[in-house]
Design a protein around this ligand. Structure first.
Ligand code: FAD
Length: 402
């Protein structure tokens, strides 16, 4: 095993780890190494998401998500423009699938206004003009003209290239194994690295990394599975905008929606099904006997206390594994979609959702904690892709000291 040293080591080459390296470079930090355990970037959340640059409509004013999503969206679009990464500001409509959900239209509208985000109230006629395939209840819907789409893997590749041009080492296939905070050494599967500061941006594994050195003990990651299917091309051609239902604001998920992709195809999803393994992408894949029972216990606690309206979430989400129920979940938003229009599962993403143990609840906002010589990104859930550039600047300004 070789020894090397660096000013900052970042564990995790997702969008958060890469944009943090970029923010550190802007501050003039000399040597930075980013470790990514996979052989390619984008194998987890950053390459398995909806590719939506969110406008920042949903989050309570004053929350980190509200602030950093709005600024992050601006920065992501400016970055894409500057680097020649195609994106489309196609806009999205938000509809109320049932009369009971109508009050949420007003709530989302007010939140957007409080956060200074452009939002328009629209009626059935305007909805038909914008997106003839969408349906709402009560003659009320919302339109967000600033929501955009982008290929998230192209953003990762561009930041990777930019960092490499600045001599940042992005080491693929290198897994962080053990941290010694006192000697400031990180042991990987390839070497021992002496560091000045360590940043943990390990996504689905961030709690485990932090726990090694006594940080974030009150938190556990609970993975939630997002299954996507695609519309067959004939059906996809009819769609112009993204179509989202009003979300249940008790949970940090937006509900199954229709998203246009950069290639013109239309994705339907993602679900938010509780998973029993951090990388449980298939049915049994990624289950781990040492962790699955603890995850099951946390899920049972959420169920019995019905925190975050958890029972409702489980009852609605688990059946969506079946195509017929998946189809039923989308027809209130887009009634002309037939079950035959929906293809097989083509992508699965896992959300690294943080669970707070003492209060038995899901954390709704981004969470970052500081160790002695380290910074830990514990809850970089959606819209952390959109927010990433602004989030990285904020983390470095707030937590990093050489
Ligand atoms: C289904 C789904 C849909 C989403 N849709 C959107 C959207 O449309 N818009 C939006 O803004 N956000 C969206 N998000 C959220 C967004 O994708 C994530 O918030 C963001 O990608 C998190 O980035 P990350 O870098 O923290 O995590 P990741 O991309 O998971 O990166 C963490 C990396 O750390 C690596 N790693 C872990 N442990 C180690 C170790 N020990 N050593 C070395 N490397 C390690 C992993 O291999 C991984 O590559 C979505 C997320 C999901 C799951």
């Amino acid at each position: 095993m070789s020894n090397s040293s660096t000013d900052v080591v970042i564990i995790g080459g997702g969008i958060v780890g890469l944009t943090l390296a970029r923010a550190l470079k802007k501050k003039g930090v000399g040597k930075i190494i980013v470790l990514e355990k996979e052989d390619h970037l984008g194998e987890h959340s950053s390459g398995r998401n909806s590719g939506v640059i969110h406008a920042g409509l949903y989050y309570p004013a004053g929350s980190l998500k509200a602030r950093l999503c709005v600024e992050g969206s601006r920065q992501m679009r400016a970055y894409a423009q500057e680097r020649g990464i195609p994106f489309q500001p196609i806009g999205k409509v938000i509809v109320s699938p049932t009369p009971e959900q109508l009050p949420m239209i007003e709530t989302i509208h007010d939140r957007a206004v409080q956060c200074g985000v452009r939002i328009e109230r629209i009626d059935d006629q305007q909805l038909r003009e914008l997106e003839p395939e969408a349906k709402t209840c009560g003659n009320q819907a919302l339109y967000s003209p600033e929501t955009a789409i982008i290929d998230s893997k192209k953003v990762l590749a561009s930041v990777q290239q930019e960092l490499q041009n600045q001599s940042v080492e992005i080491s693929l296939g290198e897994k962080a194994l053990r941290i010694d905070e006192d000697t400031k050494e990180l042991h990987t599967n390839q070497r021992t690295l002496a560091y000045g500061h360590l940043i943990n941006a390990a996504g689905l594994h961030a709690d485990r990394v932090a726990h090694q050195i006594g940080v974030g003990q009150n938190y556990r990651i609970l993975p939630f599975k997002g299954v996507y299917r695609k519309l067959h091309p004939e059906a996809a051609r009819r769609f112009r905008k993204l179509i989202y239902p009003v979300p249940d604001l008790r949970v940090p998920f937006l509900g199954v929606h229709l998203t246009k992709n950069m290639d013109g195809s239309v994705s339907v999803g993602p679900t938010a099904i509780p998973a029993l393994g951090r990388e449980n992408y298939g049915i049994f894949e990624g289950l781990n006997l040492s962790e699955t029972p603890e995850m099951a216990i946390s899920l049972l606690r959420l169920w019995s206390a019905n925190q975050n309206g958890f029972r409702n979430l489980v009852r609605e989400e688990i059946p969506k594994y079946h195509l017929a129920r998946f189809h039923q979940s989308i027809t209130p938003l887009a009634p002309n979609i037939r079950q035959e229009d929906i293809g097989g599962v083509y992508k699965v993403g896992l959300r690294a959702q943080l669970y707070r143990v003492d209060e038995g609840k899901l954390e709704m906002d981004f969470v970052v904690e500081r160790g002695k010589n380290s910074t830990h990104i514990l809850n970089a859930v959606s819209p952390a892709f959109t927010a990433s550039f602004a989030f990285a600047d904020w983390v470095i300004d707030t937590y990093y000291s050489p």
